[in-house]
Each structure stands twice: as structure tokens, then as C-alpha cells.
Design a protein around this ligand. Structure first.
Ligand SMILES: Cc1ncc(COP(=O)(O)O)c(C=O)c1O
Length: 453
């Protein structure tokens, strides 16, 4: 029997059968919209609102929503009726996409293992680095976000993500992001297969390391026989202006994990780029040719979308755009937000920017801020997100591991007028935060309700 769902209240099926708490949180934040159409940087709701996307699904939509060229490539592939995946043939498109990725990455990255997500890419990096080095230890940076599977979780220091899911992998060790001396001390023990690090920490608070940090890390890793793995799940595919953030820093990692934006935000995908030597350590004989794989990893739609996405990124020079417009955005934000004491600065690379908040000095603001922090440390930034969304129709997020940093990461096709809109909106919200008691009253009441949600 087919049950008609037309008459059911909005989101009831999701709340009843998927994740009720997510629906409650969106309701609390007044962000529970029903989206009907999405193009480029704009999202259109069933209620007639137009929302500007400055979140990009956590850096998935580098090419903008539903890019027509990527849609066309997928339609064509579906109409062809060829093999989606057989697990008993050579998926030629995977070879084509791997070649393109290796050419763009350059250097010694000559082999690719495809996955269906970023976390799975991190798991792949863990396995391959262990196989290659014969060591089991794994180094990672404090504040990192690498995904929510157990291996990836074992490389994250914030207990919020790991609580209740242990035990994690043994032999992992965190080092402060940016500290060469701490890294060297750990590497010298020669216990570690890999140092897995985001070249720019995204969820950690859009933390861009000093110019020499990653180059020094590469040199040290080589000296101590540890592989350097860059998690470029958010920073890759021109997000920071170059194909890889590694290129910005002049570093050649032994492995790079890509995912998210690789398929135009349309098909689950991931790719781990690695050297031939690392790859051969796992695929060392015919018998071992299937020892690491993933059912959907090389599926034809992901591969086709990947090829079309790379075409769009290159043809529309989206890296150069991200670089130029992103730098301009940060410059303007720094200027207009300079008078506000609760803004500590603006930082980022390419079209990945963070507005960093800090505790106020003025007593009047400080009392409100501290009261708020005591009730719910995570909610302060969420109020900014909520205000931007509700009052200005702009979708943003707070960094997952740093609640005092608002992330601005629009699709790389964002227009200058849309960036202007964002700047005007954020100034208005931050001004309100500094001048209006209604901002804090609303924020406090939200925080109290959040505690009970
Ligand atoms: C840097 C980084 N690595 C890995 C992941 C995990 O990717 P996925 O959610 O596709 O598994 C994420 C997800 O946000 C990420 O930001």
C-alpha cells in the first residue's frame, strides 16, 4: 500500500524516523526552512524567501549549487545507461579522474584511492600510512576536525565528539597546531606512521599557520620516517585559492585527502592522493588487489561529476576568484569591524574566512557575555548565525571546534554584490550586539531554552 505523505506536517517524517533532535535545534534557532530551489549562491524557500549561502554545506558547493554544466554531465551519464558499478570491470572514468587530480596536484602524488566521504578518506590514509611505515602511531593537531568515523574521531581532541563512542584507536597523539618543537619531540620517538593535519584548520577556527610551519613539518616528517598527510577535505579544490592549500604553502605531502566539493555537491565522493610507493605498500601483489576498496568509491556518477566539476573550477578560474575576492572580503571586514571590541580579528585564506569574537572589556557587555557563556558556551555564536539568517537571509555557521569564530565560506562563484550584502549584514548584527539590550535579552532566553533542548 502506498501511503500518501502530502498531508503530514512539515518535517514530521524526518523527526519521527531520522533525527528528532536536529529538527528541534533548527526550530529553536528559527532556521527550519523548506528549500525548493538552489542555484549558485542562492537558496529559495517554499515561503518565498531568498537566502544567501555563506556556508556551502561546509565547503561542498565550491562550484555553486546545481551548476548547469555538472547537472548536464550527470544527465548525460544517466541517459547513457552504462555500468554504474560492477566490481568486476575496470571503471575507466576513475582512471580519467585520477589522472586529472594527479596532474593538478603535481609532484609525487601519482595514485588515487577513491572513497565516498572525507572520513573514509581519513580512514584510508590511516591504513595506507600504517602499511607503508610498519608503524601504528598517529599524530594529529589539537583542534582538528577529521570526520566522525572511529578512526577519524581518534584524531580529534575535543571530547564533545568522542564521548560515549570509545575506545578510540590506541597510539594516537595530539600536538598543538603550529608548534614545530612539539611535533619534533613526538616524531623523534619514531612511533608514528603519519602526521595527519589540515593545512588550514577549518572547524578549529579558520586557523592559518605561519608560513614556515608546514614546510618545517614536511622536513621533520621525512627525517623521522613519518608520512605527512594533508586533510584537504575543506581546503582542497581551490577553496583557499589554489587547487590544494598545500600549494599555497609550498609543501608536498605524501598523501592528500579530498572529498566534499569534488563532485559539485551532488554525489558522495572522496579521493586520497598518494605517492606510488605508498600505494604499492598496500597493493603489493595481485592477491592484495582488493585488500582496500569501497563499494561506491569509483561509481560512475561520482567520477563523471568529478570530471565536470574540475572543468568548471578551471574554466571559470574559480581559484583566482577565491583568492582575489577572499582577500578583498577580509580586508573590508577588518576595516568595518575594527571599531567593535568584541571582534578580535578576521582571518582566512582564499574564500575561507573567519570572524573571530572575543570577550568584551566594557562592564555592561561583559556581564551579559559572561552570563551567556555560563548558561551555554556554544550558543553565543549561534545567536549571530540566527540573526544573520532570520534578519538578513544569510546562511553561515560557527566553527565546529571553536564557538567564537564565525565561518564565511560562500560558493566560489559568489558575486561582488553578494559579498557586499554579507558585509552590510554582519556589520548590522555586530553593531546590534554592541549597542542593543534586545540582542542580549533574546540571546539569553535562547541560551536558556537551548539548555533544555
Ligand atoms: C577537514 C575535514 N576532514 C574530514 C571531514 C569528514 O568528511 P565527511 O563528513 O565527508 O566524512 C570533514 C567534514 O566536515 C572535514 O571538515
Amino acid at each position: 500500500m502506498v501511503v500518501s505523505t502530502a498531508a503530514l506536517p512539515r518535517h514530521r517524517l524526518y523527526a519521527e524516523h531520522v533525527n528528532p533532535q536536529w529538527v528541534r535545534l533548527l526550530n529553536l534557532l528559527q532556521m527550519n526552512e523548506r528549500y525548493e530551489r538552489c542555484y549558485g549562491c542562492e537558496l529559495f524557500t517554499s515561503g518565498g524567501r531568498r537566502i544567501l549561502d555563506f556556508l556551502s554545506g561546509y565547503c561542498v558547493h565550491n562550484t555553486g549549487h546545481n551548476h548547469p554544466a555538472i547537472l548536464a554531465a550527470l544527465h548525460e551519464e544517466l541517459d547513457r545507461g552504462g555500468p554504474a558499478m560492477l566490481q568486476s570491470h575496470v571503471p575507466e572514468l576513475a582512471g580519467e579522474l585520477a589522472l586529472r587530480l594527479c596532474e593538478l596536484a603535481g609532484g609525487l602524488l601519482q595514485r588515487v584511492v577513491f572513497t565516498s566521504s572525507g572520513s573514509e578518506g581519513v580512514e584510508t590514509a590511516i591504513k595506507f600510512s600504517r602499511a607503508h611505515t610498519g608503524r601504528s602511531g598517529l599524530l594529529y593537531a589539537e583542534g582538528a576536525f577529521h570526520g566522525l568515523t572511529c578512526g577519524a574521531l581518534s584524531l580529534m581532541s575535543d571530547p564533545f565528539w568522542t564521548e560515549g563512542f570509545g575506545p578510540m584507536l590506541p597510539g594516537t597523539q595530539a600536538v598543538p597546531f603550529g608548534s614545530i618543537s612539539a611535533l619534533e619531540k613526538q616524531l623523534a620517538t619514531k612511533k608514528f606512521a603519519a602526521f595527519i593535519v589540515e593545512p588550514v584548520q577549518a572547524e578549529g577556527g579558520i586557523r592559518v599557520p605561519d608560513a614556515g610551519y608546514l614546510r618545517a613539518a614536511q622536513e621533520l616528517c621525512h627525517r623521522h620516517g613519518t608520512l605527512l598527510v594533508f586533510d584537504e577535505v575543506q581546503t582542497g579544490l581551490y577553496r583557499t585559492g589554489r587547487f590544494l592549500a598545500a600549494h599555497r604553502f609550498g609543501v608536498e605531502p605524501d598523501m592528500v585527502v579530498l572529498a566534499k566539493a569534488l563532485s559539485g555537491g551532488l554525489i558522495p565522493v572522496g579521493a586520497v592522493l598518494m605517492t606510488e610507493a605508498v600505494n604499492n605498500s598496500v597493493f603489493s601483489s595481485m592477491k592484495r588487489s582488493i585488500v582496500h576498496a569501497s563499494t561506491f568509491g569509483e561509481n560512475v556518477l561520482a567520477m563523471r561529476a568529478g570530471l565536470a566539476t574540475l572543468d568548471v573550477l578551471e574554466q571559470e578560474s574559480l581559484g583566482e576568484r577565491a583568492d582575489a575576492l577572499g582577500a578583498d572580503l577580509r580586508q573590508r571586514l577588518s576595516e568595518v569591524l575594527a571599531p567593535y571590541e568584541m571582534v578580535d580579528g578576521v582571518r582566512g585564506a582564499g574564500m575561507l574566512s573567519g570572524i573571530v569574537f572575543t570577550a568584551p572589556r566594557q562592564l555592561r557587555l561583559r556581564v551579559a557575555f559572561e552570563a551567556f557563556r555560563r548558561i551555554h558556551p556554544g550558543m553565543f555564536g549561534q545567536v549571530v548565525v540566527m540573526r544573520l539568517f532570520r534578519d538578513h537571509g544569510i546562511l553561515t555557521q560557527i566553527c565546529g571546534n571553536n564557538f567564537l569564530v564565525l565561518k564565511a565560506a560562500p560558493p566560489l562563484v559568489v558575486s561582488e554584490a553578494q559579498l557586499d550584502e554579507f558585509v552590510a549584514a554582519i556589520v548590522e548584527v555586530i553593531d546590534l550586539m554592541h549597542t542593543s539590550t534586545s540582542f542580549w535579552n533574546e540571546a539569553l532566553s535562547l541560551a536558556r531554552r537551548a539548555v533544555n533542548v
